[in-house]
Structure formats: C-alpha cells, structure tokens
Design a protein around this ligand. Structure first.
Ligand code: GLY
Length: 438
C-alpha cells in the first residue's frame, strides 16, 4: 500500500536544527516536498528553499504556506514563535507544529517562566527579579555565595545568561544589560538566580497540551572551551543518549517537571502544540529546571533526528492536530550519536564570515557521519561560512568512543580559515579529569 497522504511541509528557519528537521522530514513517506524558509545550503539538499522569506515576516510566511498549499508548517526558531507566527498560521487554517505566542512566553520571558514554575511548585533554583540596576547591585553586594547567575528577561539569541564569579563581575554584567542595554529591550528586567550544582541535560517532549511524547535525552556542551571552560554559547556539541541518566531520575523528571508543566499550561489556559524543551540540572536533590524553551534545541535536534527511527511526520501532525494520544512511543536507534559543532574563529564573540568551506562531501563519505549545515551560504557552487556555529558533524557508533571517533574523523576532513571545535564532545568533565590524572 502506498503512502496515505502526500503533502508539502514548510520548515521555518535557517540553522542546523532546521537542516536536521528537513533531513528527517524529507525521508517520510507522507511527504513529497520539503520547503525551507529561508533555509540554507543544507536544507536545499533536502528540498527547496524560499531564501527571500524572513522568519519574522509572518504575513509573507502565511501567504507562502497558502500559495504552496502546505500540509504542515514546522517552526524552528524561538523568535517567530514569540512573535505569534503559529497563531497567525492557525488563524489561516494551516496546520502548525509550534506553540502560539502565549506558550512561547516560557522562553520569551525568563520572569514569566520563573513565576509559572513557582506557582505550580515545579522545582527550580531560587531567584529574584529586578527592573532597576541599583537594586540588583545592592542585592548582589549582599550575596553570600558565588557563583550566581544573571539572566536578561527577554530573548537574547543565547547571549543572555551570565555565570558570575564575584560581586564585581556581577555588577559589571548588570550595567551591561540594564544601563548600556547591550542586549536591547531583552535587558529591561533581569533575573538573578542561585547557581545550581549538578549535571545538565536537555529533555525534549512533543506535546499537544494533553499528551507528551518523550524524546531520548541529550547532553549539550554549552561552554566554548574544552573541559567546560570559557563563555557560554548556543551549544558546541551533543551526545545522546545520556548514559549517566538513570531510569529513576527520568521518572523524577516526568513526575516532578514534565507532567506538572503540562498541568500548569492547562490550568493557566495556555494551549500548546509543539516542542517543549526543558533545560535541567540534575542535582543531588533531583531535577531542577534551569529554563524552558519553546522549540527544538540546536544542536540537540541534530542528534535527536539521527536517532529517531520512526517516521517523525505522524508525530508532528498529531501534535498539531491534538491527537498525540493515538501515537505509539517512537522507536530510537540504540546507538550513540555524538555531534561536534564546528565554529568560525572568534565565536561566540566577533567572527568572520565568507570563508570557503572544503571537505563536507569527504566528511560525509566517512561511515555513519552526516554533516548538518548551520551558518553557511552558497556562493555559486561554493559553500561559505555565514555564522558563528557553521556545521554540526554527527557520528554514530555502538558506544560514545565509536561515535566520537566517527564524528571527529568527519571533522578532520573539513577545513576553512579559522575553523575550530571542542575536542571533548561526548566526554564528561569528570572523565576528562580522570584522564588528566592517569
Ligand atoms: N542548545 C541549547 C539551545 O538550543 O537552547
């Protein structure tokens, strides 16, 4: 029997996450074309790009979705979600994977998220809100333990979280955010949080507001340098599944965080049809929420899509339709995936664009390696760097070492001026320090 449905899917965004989604969705029997807006050279290999459509252009996206008669829109980044793109598509009668503006506030406002977590007794670190720099600095001057965490309230493209080691550093960050407005309106208010000690993990669930479909956990390495050193980034590499995360802790995550969050959204009257991403710290006392995001993680999605063995489209459609309760649990590839992000020199600060990239095909010729493109663009037949995080090289293997070997073998084949990556993706800092002592 042939496919029951054949439709076009429109993916919004142009990063590595969107390339991974396009790669996976294009394998579905239910899909005859994947269109990406604006897309990148990677998504172009999976279908067709609409390069002139900006993710903030809700009117243009609704118009394109109608003109193309797409059966589903999948929204990748947080900015269009927070701007209400999903609401506008739904109003136009178009099926969409992604929450409306009300649900996207979970990521769009740290204050909104923290207040909701506290109202529903979902475990999260202690925090205070400030709308004046002076009051924030007074509070920090009396802090009894360091480090502390300072967060801009609004969206800051992954640049709004600061782990500060001293009062002096904290006050300087407060000035940058609130007085100098280096993050624009995202810094009108800030949240000062207690620093949580433990192991970080990214948990993704698809939800239609009634049912959750749990995705396998992913470990993201957020700091730019080996051994978790240097400034935070959007993510330098991933590993999935997460061997150290026990079934007992997974049950705690479901019972203390995910199910209460679903309940909270219902009680607060917030419909949610999309991806809910919990950034968690697994502490000695159990899981604590660091943040909620309203979309797939990047580069977490690259590892999730490589290991998601079922057709993903029925899950995306059921999330949009509110029928996730009819879906079976998805099948996962039992192998390990390690994804190494290759960056442009200078990232996460200033970096150069426009460097020709060589060797992507040779990397993909390595067994079990797939390269997802993020900050890239075409120039004729060449692919050039066009962002800080340029590529994610993913490798699969029967264990972390094999997956790392595959991924780093792929990395070795790729070059451009100033390319760099972490060398320890998939290893935990503890493993590193044990090695250092050996
Ligand atoms: N990798 C972190 C994020 O997507 O927010």
């Amino acid at each position: 029997m042939g496919p029951l449905l054949s439709m076009k899917v429109l993916i919004i965004g142009n990063g590595g996450r969107e390339h991974a989604l396009a790669w996976k969705i294009s394998q579905s029997e239910m899909v005859d074309e994947v269109i990406s807006a604006p897309g990148n050279p990677g998504t172009a290999q999976c279908g067709r790009n609409l390069p002139d459509l900006k993710v903030e252009d809700s009117v243009g996206i609704v118009r394109a979705a109608k003109a193309e008669d797409v059966g589903l829109v999948v929204i990748g980044p947080e900015v269009p979600l927070c701007l209400g793109l999903a609401d506008k598509l739904r109003e136009a009668g178009i099926k969409v994977f992604g929450p409306g503006a009300a649900g996207a506030q979970l990521e769009g406002s740290k204050l909104f998220a923290k207040e909701l977590l506290d109202r529903h007794r979902i475990p999260t670190g202690g925090w205070r809100r400030f709308d004046r720099a002076g009051a924030a600095k007074d509070y920090l001057e009396n802090a009894e333990s360091w480090p502390m965490v300072v967060k801009a309230d609004g969206l800051a493209g992954g640049k709004g979280v600061f782990i500060v080691q001293s009062c002096e550093e904290a006050c300087s960050v407060v000035d940058q955010i609130m007085e100098e407005r280096q993050l624009g309106d995202a810094g009108v208010e800030i949240v000062v949080e207690d620093f949580l000690v433990g192991q970080e993990v990214s948990i993704h669930v698809m939800t239609d507001g009634e049912t959750i479909v749990l995705m396998d956990p992913v470990e993201d390495h957020k700091q730019v340098g080996d051994g978790d050193t240097g400034p935070n980034t959007g993510g330098m590499g991933v590993s999935s599944p997460v061997g150290w995360l026990s079934q007992r802790v997974m049950r705690q995550i479901e019972q203390r965080v995910l199910i209460p969050m679903l309940h909270a959204l219902r009680v607060e009257g917030i419909p949610y049809h999309g991806l809910l991403y919990a950034g968690l710290m697994i502490t000695e006392g159990g899981p604590q929420v660091l943040e909620f995001n309203c979309r797939f993680g990047d580069p977490e999605t690259q590892a999730i899509m490589r290991r998601f063995n079922s057709d993903i489209v029925p899950y995306l459609l059921a999330t949009a339709d509110g029928t996730l309760d009819k879906c079976e649990a998805p099948e996962w590839d039992s192998r390990q995936c390690v994804g190494v992000v290759m960056c442009a020199q200078g990232y996460p600060e200033q970096y150069r664009r426009g460097e020709p990239i060589l060797g992507i095909d040779s990397a993909e010729a390595v067994e079990d390696v797939i390269v997802f493109q993020a900050g890239t663009r075409h120039d004729g037949h060449e692919v050039l760097t066009d962002g800080g995080r340029v590529l994610a090289v993913t490798g699969m293997g029967k264990n972390v070492n094999d997956a790392r070997d595959a991924a780093y073998e792929g990395v070795k084949k790729i070059r451009w001026n100033g390319a760099f990556c972490r060398s320890d993706i998939g290893l935990r800092p503890k493993t590193l320090s044990a090695k250092a002592k050996a």
